[in-house]
Design a protein around this ligand. Structure first.
Ligand code: NI
Length: 219
């Protein structure tokens, strides 16, 4: 399941992001953390995980863990890695799928949280290959797209300006994308039942949700 979530960050968070990206010497070649194959197609920069950059990634993780839609869609067990990336003119990331394991943990979901307004740079779309064709994603600053890590995807060349993003990888409590989608639907139905004040339906759906989580979840 692909999901876009708007306004994950506040205006103050985005100002902190601007400060981090304006720092001199805070970034290094992105090839450092790329896998063997990805290294050959990856051409970007990423923040060294210290100082303000580390504060920002910690803050982003906190915002995501408090975001209901994100939690329901991803069912995160752990943030395996979260880093800040930058593409200036001429940079891109060629077609690849993300590693199945990072730091010994299975990678289920990937996300891109856009940190620069789309009008401030040209190119830089996240492009995901799907059976129906290519899906292009370029979102407002503070908005996020979450997608299964096994998809083939790339970042189009930036031709002008600077693409700024936080990218992350998640280990989910629920291994299967199909099962996560079913659980997401149950959560939506539950919300509707609650909003309608239907106590009996709410209880029934909570029971179903619990059963499915016990069946599909891993701790
Ligand atoms: Ni990737």
């Amino acid at each position: 399941m692909f999901i876009q979530i708007a306004d994950v960050l506040t205006a103050a968070d985005l100002r902190l992001a601007n400060t981090v990206f304006a720092q001199k010497d805070a970034f290094e070649s992105g090839a450092r953390t790329a896998g063997r194959i990805a290294k050959t197609v990856k051409n970007n920069e990423q923040a060294k995980p210290t100082g303000l950059a580390a504060d920002l990634t910690t803050l982003i993780e906190k915002r995501l863990m408090k975001n209901d839609v994100f939690r329901t869609a991803a069912r995160p067990k752990a943030f395996i890695r979260l880093l800040l990336s930058r593409y200036t003119a001429g940079m891109q990331y060629g077609l690849h799928s993300d590693d199945a394991f990072m730091d010994g943990q299975r990678v289920d979901l990937s996300f891109t949280l856009f940190l620069a307004p789309p009008g401030t740079y040209e190119g830089g779309e996240l492009i995901v290959e799907e059976p129906s064709g290519e899906r292009l994603v370029k979102l407002e600053a503070g908005s996020l797209v979450l997608y299964p890590s096994a998809t083939l995807h790339r970042v189009a060349e930036v031709t002008k300006g600077e693409r700024r993003a936080a990218v992350g990888w998640i280990r989910s409590l629920v291994r299967s994308a199909e099962d996560r989608e079913t659980l997401f639907d149950v959560a939506l139905a539950l919300r509707q039942a609650e909003a309608a004040g239907d106590r009996a339906l709410t209880d029934r759906l909570l029971k179903i949700q619990g059963s499915l989580l016990r069946r599909w979840g891993e701790d």
